[in-house]
Design a protein around this ligand. Structure first.
Ligand code: SAM
Ligand code: 2KA
Ligand code: SF4
Ligand code: MG
Length: 222
């Protein structure tokens, strides 16, 4: 029986990526292998992070009881969780569910892509401002497709310049969906728009984390 440390589980409006604006059930795991400068969920990564221990079956039952079809597995870092493949398979087998994994770009997704084609990956590319860029797994860009997404959380013009170059070098806007998301409160979204115009960044979407405009940006469970 696979067991997981779940920091929080809740139903909300997905504030990010391909399913933004739609209802989603969130399963947030504890623990992360990175330490991004801007992380808005550091509390879930602490050694003493609060959690409930749930089996894969208990997680599945919770999701089904909500009646919500979209599921986002996040964290912390979901793909470093022991037995996450078992949970992915259990959820992927339910044709009513649309499963998304928010992952930090450092974990090789090849083994998970080989498991099922019914899971969408929203891969971060950690830009220089995160301090975690050296951990990126570039081979992932050979596996992503049109149901996946690559997200560039940007806090500076330097970050945007790096995002522009990576998108071009790996043709990410052709292969998949590409989102630029401001580090909350660190960069003016107008500056991102100006940069996108100046650099003719067609095929790239600016996203704003919807939940931080609906609720207090520090609020958990939303
Ligand atoms: C908390 S992370 C958890 C999933 C995974 N560890 C990752 O980094 O993709 C979920 C998403 O929130 C983004 N994020 C974290 N802190 C943020 C902030 N201060 N402003 C904007 N996005 C942020 C991350 O970059 C990631 O795309
Ligand atoms: N409402 C809401 N939408 C989200 N989409 C991705 C999230 C995440 O933390 O991975 C997230 C989150 O924390 N809240
Ligand atoms: S990888 Fe995700 S959870 Fe981990 S520190 Fe970075 S933003 Fe936070
Ligand atoms: Mg979040």
């Amino acid at each position: 029986m696979a067991k997981f440390k779940v920091a929080e589980r809740f139903v909300s409006i997905n504030g990010e990526s391909v399913k933004a604006g739609e209802l989603a059930v969130f399963i947030r795991f504890t623990g992360c292998n990175l330490n991004c400068s801007y992380c808005d969920t550091k509390w879930a990564n602490e050694a003493d992070a609060p959690y409930e221990e749930l089996t894969d079956a208990e997680i599945y039952d919770y999701i089904k009881r909500t009646g919500v079809r979209n599921v986002t597995l996040t964290g912390g870092e979901p793909l470093i969780q022991k037995d996450i493949d078992k949970l992915l398979l259990m959820l992927a087998m339910d044709e009513e569910l649309q499963v998304e994994v928010e992952t930090n770009g450092s974990v090789d997704i090849a083994e998970f892509k080989a498991l099922t084609d019914r899971v969408a990956f929203t891969l971060d590319y950690k830009l220089p401002g995160s301090g975690m860029e050296s951990n990126m797994c570039f081979s992932n860009y050979n596996y992503i497709d049109k149901k996946d997404a690559v997200k560039f959380v940007s806090g500076s013009i330097k970050d945007l310049e790096t995002a522009r170059d990576i998108i071009h070098e790996w043709a990410l806007d052709i292969k998949s969906n590409v989102y630029i998301s401001p580090v909350y409160g660190k960069i003016n979204p107008e500056d991102i728009v100006d940069f996108m115009i100046e650099n003719e960044m067609n095929g790239v979407k600016l996203q704003l984390q919807l939940h931080k405009y609906i609720w207090d940006p520090e609020m958990r469970g939303v």
